[in-house]
Design a protein around this ligand. Structure first.
Ligand SMILES: *Cc1c(COP(=O)(O)O)cnc(C)c1O
Length: 344
């Protein structure tokens, strides 16, 4: 087989920034240690690239959502450092957990029964203190199936940590009450935003995800967290258009004067959704506005004022997440996880 030519789009991951972000969140967690949410392929940035960086920075607690996400993590860190947030919903999942030694996060009385019937062993326990998603309700803490568990980390999850909401102290109080009702070794409540809420939210272990990868869920983190992901693409064709000519599907952009335009090699199939229309790329220190609609594999840029940029040159999409979220009306979480698989 011939060698594949180099890709025309790439996602540069700043590994130093990723390691910096974990260390900063670990420091901000005070006496608690920071773990890492590595679900959804490290929020779309790639477990292969990101997990070794987090591990080498000192992280020892890794969270995925699905059992299907375990194999990519398992070869790189010890099984007991991996937790599966969706728990064990059936006997096959419990069997896999026991065979691998990966820790399930038990989310319901039913899951507790499944885990115990499969032979039990160490697990974590999620208590729902107000987000009404996964987790036992506080009233179920005294259920025999829950009391029978060997709980390593008792955890809960904040619904509004990125806001100054009354829900934060309310959930904190509810969590503290449950702590007295279930035997456990350690406790964990805060996600990225929760780390910035203050030391009383940190407990023994924090579980940042978004902020590791460059997201800024609260202003307190703005000066601390560094950008990690940089989408870059090549100009694959340039052309001149005249006044009156239009660009792209449905001809939503029409030139009012002579223009030089360039086509870049990525589109909504790569996660650059149509809501980016109206934004700009950058190259050679210049703003390169997007013209017309984003296509599946292509975006057209205005190169009129960037005469030094031509075919085969690389340009980048500004991906500072707080700014990009404002510009596109996508959440910072969506901006990361939507990035496609064609990046080289
Ligand atoms: C995804 C997730 C996290 C990480 O949250 P971020 O807001 O990305 O920091 C922490 N805990 C649980 C239970 C999660 O599902």
């Amino acid at each position: 087989m011939a060698d594949l030519p180099p890709p025309t789009l790439r996602l540069h991951i700043d590994k130093d920034a990723l390691a910096h972000n974990w260390r900063a969140l670990d420091r901000l967690s005070g006496t608690a240690r920071a773990g890492a949410a590595v679900k959804a392929d490290c929020y779309g940035l790639g477990v292969d690239t990101c997990l070794p960086v987090l591990r080498d920075a000192g992280c020892r607690d890794f969270f995925v959502a699905h059992w299907s996400e375990v194999p990519a993590v398992l070869g790189r860190v010890p099984a007991e450092q991996i937790s599966v947030l969706h728990g064990v919903g059936c006997a096959a999942e419990a069997e896999y957990a026991r065979a691998t030694g990966v820790r399930p996060v038990i989310d319901s009385v039913r899951q507790a029964q499944i885990w115990t019937e499969s032979g039990a062993g160490p697990c974590h326990l999620m208590v729902d203190t107000g987000i009404n998603r996964l987790g036992i309700s506080p009233g179920e803490a005294s259920a025999p199936a829950i009391q029978a568990l060997s709980v390593e980390v008792l955890m809960s999850h904040l619904a509004c940590a990125d806001e100054d909401s009354d829900k934060n102290p309310a959930q904190l109080g509810a969590f503290r009450e449950v702590m007295n009702k279930v035997a456990h070794r350690e406790t964990s409540l805060a996600n990225s935003a929760g780390v910035a809420l203050g030391s009383e939210f940190s407990f023994d272990l924090t579980r940042p995800g978004l902020a590791l990868y460059g997201g800024v869920p609260r202003p307190e983190l703005a000066e601390i967290i560094q950008q990690v992901a940089y989408p870059q693409t090549r100009i694959i064709q340039t052309r001149q258009i005249s006044a009156g000519e239009s660009v792209g599907y449905n001809a939503t952009f029409t030139a009012t004067s002579q223009m030089r335009i360039g086509v870049v090699s990525l589109g909504y199939a790569d996660g650059i959704l149509r809501s980016w229309g109206g934004a700009h790329f950058e190259g050679d220190g210049k703003r390169l506005p997007i013209l017309g609609k984003v296509s599946m594999d292509m975006i057209v840029l205005d190169l009129t004022d960037a005469s030094d940029i031509g075919e085969e040159d690389w340009v980048s999409l500004p991906y500072h997440l707080p700014d990009a979220a404002q510009q596109t009306s996508l959440s910072q979480y969506e901006l990361l996880t939507v990035l496609g698989r064609r990046f080289g």
